[in-house]
Design a protein around this ligand. Sequence first.
Ligand code: HEC
Length: 284
Amino acid sequence: MRKIVLMLSALTLLCGSSAMVWATQNPKVKKEIAEYQSYFKKRFPTVGLTDYSDGVNALPQYAERRANWELLMEFPPYEADMEKARALWTKPLKSGKTLASCFNRPATKYPYFSEKTAEIRTIELDINDCLTNNGEEPIKNLKHGKMALLVAAFREQYNGQAWNIDIDSSGAVAAYEAGKKFYWAKRGQMNFSCANCHVHSAGNKLRGDVLSAGLGHTTGFPVYRTKWALKGKAWGTVHRRYGGCNKQVRAKPFSPQSKQYRALEFYEAAINTGVPLKVPSQRQ
Ligand code: HEC
C-alpha cells in the first residue's frame, strides 16, 4: 500500500479538481480521488474523464475494436430486455405502489452509507427492501436476470449525469477505506490486486483482452455481455463481474451483496466522481 501511495503522490496533479462538483468535503478523500484520476490523465492523455464510461472501448489500445462496438450499439442487443425492464419498474406491486415510488435518491448517489442501518446500501438492496415492504418476494439471484434488469432500468434514467456519492460521515469514510484496501490488496494464487490489472496494467493485453482502466468502472453496469449471453445469462450486475475478476486470479469470490463487495463498489464509485453514467452497455 505504501508503495502505491508514494507512486500516486509522486504524480503531479494534472487535472484540477476545482471544475468538479464534489459531494464530499473530506480533504483526504478528495485528494486521493484527484490523484487516482490524474494518474489516468497522464497515462492516456487523449482520453477525457467523461470518455471512461465506455469502459475498455475508451482506450486507444482498443481503437480497432471500437468501430465494431459502435456498430453494435446502433442496434443494441439488449433493447428488447430493456423494454421489459422499464415496464417492470413502473408495474404496480401487490400494495399498488411501484418500485419507482421507493426511489427518491438519484442513481448518481448510490451506493450510500445509511446511518439507520449502519451499512452501505446498494440499489439491489433497496430494490429488495421495496419489494418486501410492498408485499412481494425479494429477488434471490443478485448476479444476473431480473435483478440486473431492474437495476439497469433505474440507472439508465440518470445517463449522462456525473457520479457524485456522499463520503462524509464516519461510516461512509470507513467503508471507503475498506473498499480501498480491498482494491489495492493482492489476492489469490496469482497474487494480483484489482489495481495491478486495472491501474498499473490498464491498456495492456491479457489473454486476448485489453484491460480496462479502473476509472470508468461500474458506470456502465449492469452490462449485457456477449460472453455471458452464450451461456444464456447475458446480464450481469457489477458484483457478478467482481466475482469473475476474483476467480481470474484464483481467489475465492465473495457473495454478491457481501459487505466486502459493497465496500468495493462504494470505493469504485468514489474514484469515479465526475464520470457520467452510461447504462446499460454491451461488453465482450
Ligand atoms: C488478472 C487481471 C485482473 C484482475 C486482478 C482484476 N480484473 Fe477486473 N477485469 C479483467 C479483465 C480481463 C476484464 C475484461 C476486460 C476489461 O473490461 O477490463 C475485467 C473487467 C472488469 C470490470 C468491467 C469493466 C467494464 O466496464 O465492463 C470491472 C468493474 C472490474 N474488472 C473490476 C475489478 C475489480 C474491482 C478487481 C479486484 C477485485 C478486478 N477487476 C481484478 C481482469 C482483471
